[in-house]
Design a binder for this molecule. Sequence first.
Ligand SMILES: *[C@@H]1O[C@H](CO)[C@@H](O)[C@H](O)[C@H]1NC(C)=O
Ligand SMILES: *[C@@H]1O[C@H](CO)[C@@H](O)[C@H](O)[C@H]1NC(C)=O
Ligand SMILES: *[C@@H]1O[C@H](CO)[C@@H](O)[C@H](O)[C@H]1NC(C)=O
Ligand SMILES: *[C@@H]1O[C@H](CO)[C@@H](O)[C@H](O)[C@H]1NC(C)=O
Length: 374
Amino acid sequence: MLNNFQYLMDPNSYKYLWLCLLFSCQVILCKEISTPSTDKNINVLNECQQCKVLTDSFNYWFKKTSRGKYEGGDVAWEEAKLKTYARSEVRLVEIQEGLCSELKANKDQCYSLADVAENVLENWYYSEDHDTVNLYTWLCIQKLQNCCPLSHYGESCSPCPHNLNNEICSGNGKCHGDGTREGNGTCICKSGYSGNLCEECAEKFFSENASCRPCHAACAACTGESLDDCITCSNGWEMQENTCVDINECALPQVCENDDYCINQEGTFLCEKCDDSCKTCTGPGRKNCSTCRESDILISGMCLNESQKNKIVNDAKKRVLTYFGLLLLTKVTFRSSKILAAVVVLFSSFYIYHTEDTAEVPSIDLYMQSSELP
Ligand SMILES: *[C@@H]1O[C@H](CO)[C@@H](O)[C@H](O)[C@H]1NC(C)=O
Ligand SMILES: *[C@@H]1O[C@H](CO)[C@@H](O)[C@H](O)[C@H]1NC(C)=O
Ligand SMILES: *[C@@H]1O[C@H](CO)[C@@H](O)[C@H](O)[C@H]1NC(C)=O
Ligand SMILES: *[C@@H]1O[C@H](CO)[C@@H](O)[C@H](O)[C@H]1NC(C)=O
């Protein structure tokens, strides 16, 4: 206690405190400094996504500048002014200056496409009806041809595969390249669905109310979600009386390497290395050995060399001697006082119980094994 107190008061210890503080600050600072470089900037957008980002940004600035700077005064005059402002060069310059600058991610890609599309954007701004001609459709799908309309894919914007109800991939998946000039249009089904149109349930799923739900893990095919609904069993399970039962692989011969032990799990099993002291074993730790290396002896599941064995035997002998001592003490005290003797017996029992419980090998085990000990 005194030592601890002195340590706290020791001016030297503040050095370490400062070092710690400095270190933590650096860790925090480094984190802050290094985050921008691992930013979303790395995620590379496809051409259609780039165009979407650009038109979103354009629309953002278009809206932001919509009211112009003419405020107050004569209403009619202002309306006329606003009308000219709506397509004025002043506003366009303002939009172009802001374009892409508000973005947190993908800024560079936005700027470079903005360069390429500058003239086309101007065309839309000066010539198209701002209220009815959607910039995204006009620019990304029609002019730049970076995107396709929704539910279309590929270079020529072919329609995505759909079922008789006109649901793309039966409503259970996405069409590869949907809305872009890329992709091959194949259905990428949600988990649980399969087939060209995602119209079937995938393996290990069953159909219910026109949707697919997972089977019990034990079933390879099923009619419902319970274990009793299995039609066939998954690997590691076998059919018994109309239900799938876990196979205990550990009961089979030679599932694991010789110096491994086996742990059975639902549907599978694990092989784990035995403790270094064992040659073979039945479980973890140094007390689950089943056979030992060359000169070692197996005692209570432990592999011990000659000197370790001797130490354990000697320890046990000493303990047993103490117990006899206690017995003797009981006998002596019994003559003078029965109450005192009872206390000694109580104490002895607790003592023996505790000592044997914490002993590496209980003496009774040693005694039982003594016939086998060399
Ligand atoms: C379509 O593209 C996906 C993803 O690249 C690929 O897995 C699939 O095999 C392609 N399908 C055809 C028919 O080319
Ligand atoms: C499926 O439909 C039946 C009858 O219409 C209903 O009782 C059941 O709850 C439905 N199951 C699910 C998972 O929606
Ligand atoms: C011996 O292995 C069993 C499992 O087989 C385990 O429950 C037990 O804790 C292990 N004993 C020791 C002392 O590690
Ligand atoms: C017995 O094993 C212990 C621990 O592994 C080791 O320290 C000791 O040297 C060994 N004694 C003999 C005689 O091999």
